[in-house]
Design a protein around this ligand. Structure first.
Ligand SMILES: [Zn+2]
Length: 139
């Protein structure tokens, strides 16, 4: 999918959402196939995924359900209007409705994965707390 096709898909989905139309889980999954790219984790630092411009990126070593959850989370960022109270919480909410086990798997994966980056338990716990606030508090 080239840049024009990606932009067209995002605009189409955003306008359907704005009009109150339901987008099915399958439609979101197909959109994610065109808009979200699995990449080497080293290119994302310690993040599971990121969305920028009209593309999203997820690390390619996520367990299956976590991958679906993070893809849907990043897709949601591409479709956000900017009016969300918390962009992260809002993206989590959209993703957890479709992939609840993916959320659990993402949390477990992240707890294990992040431990590799911190040699101090205090720093690890502090970072987990900051992450929790960003991703799981709705304000
Ligand atoms: Zn996010």
């Amino acid at each position: 999918m080239d840049v024009v096709e990606r932009e067209k898909l995002i605009i189409d989905l955003k306008s359907r959402i704005a009009a109150g139309n339901k987008i099915t889980k399958e439609e979101y999954r197909q959109a994610a196939e065109g808009l979200i790219l699995a990449v080497n984790p080293s290119s994302l630092g310690y993040y599971n995924g990121i969305a920028c411009g009209n593309m999203g990126y997820v690390r390619n070593d996520l367990p299956a359900e976590a991958e679906k959850f993070v893809e849907r989370h990043e897709l949601e960022h591409l479709l956000q209007t900017g009016k969300e109270k918390s962009r992260e919480f809002s993206a989590d909410l959209a993703a957890v409705k479709e992939y609840p086990w993916g959320l659990l798997q993402t949390i477990l994966f992240s707890l294990r994965e992040r431990a590799k980056y911190y040699n101090s338990p205090q720093c690890y716990v502090s970072t987990l707390w900051k992450t929790f606030k960003v991703y799981f508090l709705p304000w």
